[in-house]
Write a protein that binds this ligand. Structure first.
Ligand code: HEM
Ligand code: MG
Length: 336
């Protein structure tokens, strides 16, 4: 059943995380990886179970240990995904494809499809994965990595992925989806995660990153994470945690370089229509994401009974509790 989230780690200093206790190992038959290079890497080094089937608590601990993601950001992102993609009864979630390893399914319309599930948490205009309507939304895509590399060569400091080149690629990916994907969807939570994920390689894939250093990621190291789910040799996690405050600042910086994209959806290719109800960054973003994910969860579980209802109550309460200091009211669609 549901569990409370694990605590924050005490020591957030930089340290060697590609150590003897965490060797990279190739996939065994049945091991699952998915659209997140961070979680894929943690699983391939044993910070997460190498099967790719994990609990939310295991994710929250692993992203802190292995990357120094801040507890607040880790808990929020994990529960935003878990409540729509995980199994509330067994407390297990796949970091990629749907699998029987997460245990018996709740009745439809529950999906319990893991992180590959399109439109629940995973979304369009990803960095190195295709839009669901155009290709694989979870496999590494060489064409997209080439485009990222070109942005780094043309705009990045010494050919690296840095804030400028990452922002160029982020913007290009959105324009490409507008131009080619008739189903392009770019609303909360995807709108927020798209900008957040653009900052993650800068903040957490750079070895021994410090808050005052330049945030430049070489393309070989980028490929190591995005494609091979592998830490570069001798990789040190960043110094100091990367939480809500830090991601808010850096995602804003990325957005401000091309401040022309607001939440919306395509109504046919090339016809991007704004969603007037979605505040994007111009509102209480976390509260809006809380309401959207909660309503989505209710649509998946219209009439749960017994332990399933209890687990849903507990996991939604946990999700609300990890918003930080919300100005929004808690909702109880499954009762209190
Ligand atoms: C993308 C989940 C933590 C780096 C994604 C996606 C999911 C996801 C579902 C796909 C979204 C999309 O592009 O459509 C999670 C969850 C986390 C987590 C549940 C738990 C805290 C991390 C961490 C890092 C990271 C710690 C880096 C150290 C990335 C990057 C992408 C991504 C760079 C973009 C991948 C691409 O588009 O090519 N994540 N993630 N994530 N994640 Fe994570
Ligand atoms: Mg995607």
């Amino acid at each position: 059943g549901a569990q409370p989230p694990p605590p924050a780690i005490n020591d957030t200093s930089s340290k060697l995380v590609f150590d003897d206790a965490h060797p990279w190992e190739p996939l065994r038959p049945g091991d699952i990886r998915g659209p997140c290079p961070g979680l894929n890497t943690l699983a391939s080094h044993g910070y997460l179970d190498r099967s790719g089937v994990v609990t939310p608590g295991e994710i929250i601990t692993a992203v802190q240990e292995g990357f120094n993601m801040g507890w607040d950001l880790a808990a929020f992102v994990t529960y935003a995904a878990f409540i729509v993609d995980g199994n509330h009864l067994t407390n297990l979630m796949s970091i990629g494809a749907k699998t029987p390893e997460t245990g018996p399914d709740a009745p439809a319309p529950a999906i319990i499809g893991g992180l590959n599930t399109h439109g629940a948490f995973e979304g369009d205009a990803s960095t190195t994965r295709d839009d669901f309507a155009l290709g694989s939304n979870f496999l590494f895509n060489e064409t997209l990595f080439d485009q990222l590399s070109q942005a780094a060569i043309d705009f990045g400091s010494n050919g690296t992925l840095d804030v400028t080149s990452a922002a160029v690629h982020r913007h290009n990916r959105i324009l490409d989806s507008i131009a080619r994907n008739p189903n392009f969807t770019f609303v909360t939570p995807r709108y927020l995660t798209a900008y957040a994920e653009t900052t993650f390689p800068l903040a957490m894939f750079v070895s021994n990153q410090t808050s005052d250093s330049s945030m430049t990621l070489g393309l070989d190291d980028a490929r190591s994470f995005f494609q091979k789910h592998k830490y570069p040799d001798n990789f040190f996690r960043r110094n100091g945690s990367y939480g809500f405050t830090e991601v808010g600042e850096l995602a804003t910086e990325v957005f401000e370089l091309f401040p022309d994209i607001f939440p919306g959806n395509n109504e046919g290719v090339g016809n991007y229509v704004l969603d007037p109800n979605d505040p994007g960054f111009n509102g209480d973003s976390l509260c809006f994401a809380y309401y959207k994910q909660t309503n989505f969860t209710l649509s998946l579980y219209p009439d749960p009974t017994d332990e399933l209802r209890t687990a849903l109550q507990q996991n939604l309460a946990t999700f609300y509790s990890v918003l930080g200091d919300p100005t929004c009211e808690q909702v109880f669609p499954f009762g209190q």
